[in-house]
Ligand binder design. Sequence first.
Ligand SMILES: Cc1ncc(COP(=O)(O)O)c(C=O)c1O
Length: 395
Amino acid sequence: MASTSLVDFCRAEIAGLKESRTYKTERVLEGPTGARVRVDGRDVLMLTSNNYLGFANHPRIVDAARGALGRWGNGLGSVRFICGTQQLHKDLEAAISRFFGAEDTILYMSCWNANEGLFQPLLAEEDALLTDGLNHASIIDGVRLCKAKRFITPHGDLAGVEKALQEAQACRRRLMITDGIFSMEGELGPLRELADLAEKYDTTLVVDDSHATGVLGRTGRGSAEELGVMDRIPVFTSTLGKAMGSAAGGFTTGPAPLVDLLRQRSRTSLFTNSLPPAVAAASLEAFRMLMEDPSPALKVQSNALYFRRRMKEAGFTIPAGIHPIVPVIVGDTAKALAMSAALFEKGVYVSGFGFPVVPQGHARLRCQISAVHTEADLEEAVSAFVAVGKKFGVV
Ligand SMILES: Cc1ncc(COP(=O)(O)O)c(C=O)c1O
């Protein structure tokens, strides 16, 4: 039986979360995700999903998953190195390597696991690990598990990064990691400048491109392709849970010896089951589809630009950018949450985020645009925003 004091502690914490309006509730979808989803018996426009390419319920993706269940079974009951590797996993790793122009790739159950298992095998006390203060929580946890000397630089402070790199010259080896896209802002990381600094100070640059793989760039290769520095980023981590199938999975891709060492020593790969075959097959199909035809990436990019322009014309405050994450800044946390509820009533499903997830006074509705949205869908969203924005005095 759990001790009364522990249960009382949980009860008090939950009460605190509710009082500070940071207690999260889940809406229950009654079917698959897409441009529209069914919730509480009605169809609403989905504006808060990472299904950037619309692959989550694409017939080719669903068929690939279904076919894999028949051919490869539900799972392997094992980690990769014991008896959890099928040709499917090797094929997916090879496809990802080809997509990134990298030597090798290791799959994980999630990008969370990829990030958490990255640093500790590569760096020890004598080494340096540099990370942007706004990097994703999985990077923060991975950094915590590694004994290297940490340099956490304020978000976007390139002078601070250079100073940290100068200090880190005393260390044996240096690794620097950044998000390719910062997910609350939809903001591109300064990859060109970081690549310059990494080269100047003999440092390995890693980009977590979870929100940009399949989304940005001429062929969907991500933030580095968008910024013209694809060949200057030696290591990427990314997810299969957003654009590339939307189910689960993650990976690290880069130089063969680095990936090989991760296979030997990365604890979040070694001690957890391999990716379920249906999930691996669906993501393999996603990479094949995008390599055959990058038009879904181009479509989500043009949809994002269209929505950004129309929302600005309507008078909303939208930070500059190009990404399909489109933050609509409303200031106050209570207002963001109330607007999210009002938009849902108008048939638009969009999440509100406030303090402490974003800085005080910068609460927002975070819209996420997909390739499967039509212009009519986006216009419907803008109209709903205008109606709700007027009611709440935002426009
Ligand atoms: C930048 C970044 N890294 C990692 C992750 C985790 O991805 P996964 O869902 O595959 O664990 C996310 C998910 O939100 C993310 O935004």
